[in-house]
Write a protein that binds this ligand. Structure first.
Ligand SMILES: [Zn+2]
Length: 571
């Protein structure tokens, strides 16, 4: 048996499971083949060890009837995690353990997912029996489950339940089947036809799940599907709030654009990472001493929107441009300093805008504004906000309100310009290139932490935003590019980062000739996420620079697959 991961989206993956020369795309359903409900001809089949045919997934019968001839089954008896039977080590396929108990306890389920995925079993194909109803497949795949069985589809058919991607319906209540599969087209008469439909509904949903994993957008499907069942909402909340570390480790540093349309969007791993990274790493550009709080815009990046063009015109006309720190107040990210507006997900999210803020959003924004003001030491604070004003202004002592809640109006824009002009009198202004340099250093610090702070101190910025080359003593360390929104390093840039032991992948003593594969990786620093620019080095000797295709946790245990997509090799 062989399992290769082809696409990743958080803990979810599209994989290839090969058994005896037959390959199946995962996440997949392994069909139980019984006299009553036969498995589809070309699907993956689940059969008892000893009776399994070539290409089948074999399962040991039970821990109570443990026999020597089932020791080489793909699924050993221990996968059920029975509290009554002797504990048997897992086979080549991992599982969560006692699934029937976990289905009764969402917290225990989330804990079990975290324990499994934070450990050595991360890269093994993972079996999730009994739970795989169509409306749960998105969440279960999001938890890193790869193989489901057909038992819940059979049980539903036997109980007269017609399954859909948003939950089950009683067969007898349906006048017109909401599906066009062959069984539904015939009218879904009898339990076998109902099973045929249920299997079709699950197969269709799995195709959609695989599509979203490939696009990096599974989280949005999950947030939609979990609405069908409280248990699922609870599991996602436990994963987000209790197990953020594992979830964040696997979230790419630059993911797909998304709509933050649910309460759970506020705690997406990439959104939480944004806020914690601001708190842990952020320092304002030194000359940006006047804080200007402004609302977000639907169009991204914000600076391309008509409203932000007007704000920027007022800032420019005031003559205070180099002194003003524009910071966008927004949900679900909280705050976006202008210089970080290209960094994922600042230009890649959408939210429903009604002017109503819920309590969680209000608390989050107030907390972030309080942190910004307390930590960054501004000389003056100007609030030019819309509906955010009532949340933000009470948090700040002595802020000047220039918007009256209507930031786009001409009188308010004039008031903004005039206020900034007055604040800039006698202030120590700097030229545009100095401010651009400070903005780039801020991005480097946000992207690379300590490595960016130390390695990119005293750099110069050349070019026209958002395409900027970064130089130090005439040598290029990297470039800011659009739409990537991040700094791409040169070998010299990698050497500058390497000194702080940040974003480093350690290899054995060899010179990479092309992309770096996991088998060549000895270790990686904890900060490496998929999509990060990383230094490839042996001890302190930099050998290459490129983009991580795996996070640090995966690089440490993987033996196959591309670990770093190399951009430059050391000469
Ligand atoms: Zn159907």
């Amino acid at each position: 048996m062989r399992f290769e991961i082809a696409k990743r989206d958080g803990l979810a993956r599209v994989g290839e499971l090969e058994i005896d020369g037959t390959t199946h795309s995962t996440p997949a359903i392994a069909f139980v083949d019984s006299w009553k409900h036969s498995a589809p001809d070309n699907g993956l089949k689940l059969r008892q060890a000893g009776l399994a045919k070539e290409g089948d997934l074999s399962v040991a019968p039970s821990a109570f009837t443990l026999r020597a001839d089932t020791d080489d089954a793909h699924l050993r008896a221990g996968y059920r995690g029975s509290p009554y039977a002797e504990s048997v080590p897992n086979g080549p396929i991992a599982s969560l353990g006692s699934i029937s108990e976990l289905m009764l306890d969402s917290r225990a389920f989330a804990d079990a997912v975290d324990a499994l995925k934070a450990g050595q079993a991360l890269l093994r194909p993972t079996f999730c029996p009994v739970a795989g109803l169509p409306n749960r497949l998105a969440l279960l795949a999001y938890c890193g489950m790869d193989i489901f069985d057909s038992i819940p589809l059979i049980m539903a058919a036997e109980s007269g339940v017609y399954l859909t991607s948003t939950g089950g319906l009683h067969r007898d209540s349906i006048d017109e089947p909401p599906c066009s599969c062959p069984a539904c087209s015939r009218g879904v008469e009898g339990k076998e036809a109902l099973f045929e439909h249920n299997a079709s509904a699950a197969a269709t949903e799995l195709k959609l799940v695989r599509h979203h994993i490939a696009q990096g957008s599974l989280r949005e499907l999950v947030e939609a599907r979990i609405r069908s069942e409280s248990w699922q909402v609870q599991v996602l909340r436990h994963l987000d709030l209790d197990h953020h570390r594992t979830q964040e480790m696997h979230a790419p540093v630059r993911g797909a654009p998304f709509s933050a349309n649910s309460k759970e969007s506020l705690h997406r791993p990439d959104v939480e990472r944004w806020r914690s990274r601001l708190r842990d790493r952020y320092e304002r550009p030194p000359h940006a001493k006047i804080l200007l709080l402004i609302p977000c815009s639907a169009k991204k990046p914000y600076s391309a929107s008509p409203s932000h063009r007007r704000f920027r015109e007022a800032v420019r006309n005031s003559g205070a441009r180099s002194l003003v720190h524009e910071v966008v107040v927004t949900s679900p990210l909280g705050l976006v300093p202008r210089e970080l507006e290209l960094f994922y997900p600042a230009k890649d999210y959408d939210i429903p805008v009604t002017g109503h803020w819920d309590r969680d959003e209000c608390a989050m924004v107030a907390e972030m504004v309080r942190w910004l003001v307390d930590s960054q030491g501004y000389d003056a604070i100007v609030s030019h906000l819309g509906s955010e004003r009532d949340i933000v202004n009470p948090v700040i002592n002595g802020c000047m309100d220039t918007s009256d809640g209507n930031p786009g109006s001409k009188p308010c824009l004039s008031k903004l310009e005039e206020t900034l002009r007055e604040l800039a009198v006698d202030a120590d202004t700097v030229d545009g290139s100095e401010r651009a340099r400070q903005d780039i250093m801020s991005i480097a610090r946000f992207q690379f932490g300590e490595g960016g702070t130390v390695g990119f101190a005293d750099v110069e910025a050349k070019g026209r935003w958002p395409v900027v080359r970064i130089l130090k003593d005439g040598v290029q360390l990297g470039a800011l590019s659009y739409p990537r929104g991040m700094i791409s390093l040169t070998i010299e840039g990698a050497e500058a980062i390497s000194g702080s032991d940040s974003y480093c992948v350690e290899i054995d003593d060899f010179a990479p000739k092309g992309n770096l594969f996991a088998v060549g990786v000895e270790d990686a620093t904890d900060d490496v996420r998929i999509g990060d620019d990383v230094v490839v080095r042996h001890r302190k000797d930099v050998r290459a620079v490129g983009v991580a295709r795996m996070c640090a946790a995966e690089m440490r245990i993987a033996q196959r697959g591309e670990a770093v997509h190399i951009r430059h090799l050391a000469r």
